[in-house]
Design a protein around this ligand. Structure first.
Ligand SMILES: [Ca+2]
Length: 446
């Protein structure tokens, strides 16, 4: 098992139709496997989204640490470990320090520990920023540097280059070991800050970057719908977020990070092939949630719009059809049972996702009717093939709602929840939410 997670990667990839972004290695992986066009996270933020995938349980948006989970579970690596796999964790897999070290076969490896408080010097101890110029622009509130940079340094100067190098060495070691392995690699970009080597920045021409054309709030959206403020904790952001130069620059930086990560993933995939492991290794690559690139003048994740919930999901290897694009509604919580199924392991009883293997074998069969997500402030979302609906529940009462019709309004520019012609749809979406995920799973049987 090669388990690749890319932090804050939305479906901004060539293989998802975004040809303006260069991602040849992920495109190649998609070409030899199955690409899920409609995969959704269960919580649009790193910690709980990862916890959902790694435990198979739909956790609350407030739970970042598995020690705070009440229901019993066995984590994905612990399950594979108990079935004879050598389980190795590199980079950001669980959320940083909230790892479950004992669930792996050996201590997790990190190229850096971050988020030290105490100003720029402390924050940049691990060389998150490589350009000396960046040290001139510090956000006084947080001690963090600019939201992006493109230093003329080799890939290994930044964390993901270090990670790729380590991952290749691990693969060589695991190949020699001759035992089944579960190697997890957590790439950190395109999470903020959007720092990548100069050569990836140079792949793009600022003049040709197309920015979002819907740089306004969705019409009729409740005030409870908010954009992320995470980017505000970096420098070179204040007062600029709505400006056209910022839209161009932030996209440029995000695209450069995507191409940087793509190249690092490529090194790992090349090693897999070189070592003769490709035909026996299932590869899964996923992003932990979506990201707004200036749509609605939002930057980042942290809400229940399509751009924050929609995530990339690629599967390849034994048991996975090649060159397939699936339009089925799937959820990241499905990854755990799918990997078990592909490996021929039994499924632990606590799982709240559905193995995708029956769908891979019989793509014509009916699949999930809906996908589910939660966010803070009492937001609960449900998406179907055509609609995405959110309700906010406070003290047991529905206090706001929004509905987007993706057939007529794929950019989500108009909230139609209050319109009489959508009354029936709203009623249906409410009842899907009331029934919950158990009401939307496909019928059993293969
Ligand atoms: Ca993330």
């Amino acid at each position: 098992m090669l388990f690749l997670v890319v932090d804050d990667l939305r479906t901004q990839l060539g293989c998802y139709g975004h040809k303006e972004t260069l991602s040849p290695n992920l495109d190649r992986l998609a070409g030899r496997g199955t690409l899920f066009e409609r995969a959704y996270c269960q919580v649009p933020v790193c910690g709980p989204s990862r916890l959902t995938v790694l435990t198979g349980v739909r956790v609350s948006p407030y739970v970042w640490d598995s020690k705070k989970m009440k229901a019993p579970f066995v984590s994905l690596p612990a399950w594979f470990k108990s079935h004879g796999y050598r389980c190795v964790s590199l980079g950001k897999v669980f959320h940083h320090k909230m790892d479950r070290a004992g669930d792996w076969s050996e201590p997790p490896w990190r190229s850096a520990h971050i988020y030290g408080k105490g100003g720029w010097a402390k924050y940049n101890t691990n060389g998150l920023w490589q350009d000396p110029e960046s040290g001139r622009f510090i956000n006084p509130r947080t001690g963090r540097g600019p939201y992006f940079e493109h230093a003329d340094v080799p890939d290994e100067a930044y964390q993901d280059g270090k990670l790729a190098k380590r991952a290749v060495a691990e693969l060589e070691r695991l190949a020699r070991g001759g035992k089944p392995f579960f190697l997890a690699c957590g790439f950190w970009r395109p999470h903020l800050p959007l720092n990548a080597p100069e050569k990836y920045w140079k792949l793009y021409d600022s003049k040709k970057i197309r920015i979002a054309d819907n740089r306004f709030r969705p019409k009729g959206a409740p005030p409870r719908l908010k954009g992320s403020r995470e980017i505000d904790s970096y420098a070179l952001v204040k007062g600029r977020k709505k400006s056209i130069p910022f839209h161009v620059q932030a996209r440029h930086a995000y695209y450069a990070c995507v191409s940087y990560v793509d190249a690092q993933v490529g090194k790992v995939l090349d090693a897999l092939r070189r070592l003769g492991l490709e035909k026996d290794t299932v590869v899964v690559l996923w992003g932990d949630h979506g990201w707004h690139l200036g749509e609605h003048n939002f930057w980042g994740k942290h809400n229940t719009l399509e751009n924050a919930l929609h995530a990339p999901l690629l599967l390849a290897g034994p048991g996975v059809p090649g060159g397939v694009r699936s339009k089925a509604l799937v959820e990241l919580v499905d990854i755990y049972p799918t990997l078990c199924d592909l490996a021929g392991l039994p499924l632990p009883g606590h799982l709240e996702g559905t193995s995708l293997v029956p769908h891979l074998r019989g793509p014509g069969r009916p699949w999930k009717e809906a996908v589910f997500a939660k966010w803070t402030g009492g937001a609960r979302a449900v998406g179907t093939k055509r609609f995405l609906y959110t309700e906010w529940i406070r003290k047991g009462k529905r206090v706001a709602e929004m509905l987007y019709d993706h057939e007529l309004d794929p950019e989500e520019n108009v909230n139609v929840a209050g319109r009489p012609e959508y009354a029936k749809v709203v009623k249906r979406m409410r009842s899907l939410l009331a029934a919950g995920w158990k009401g939307a799973v496909p019928a059993k049987g293969r």
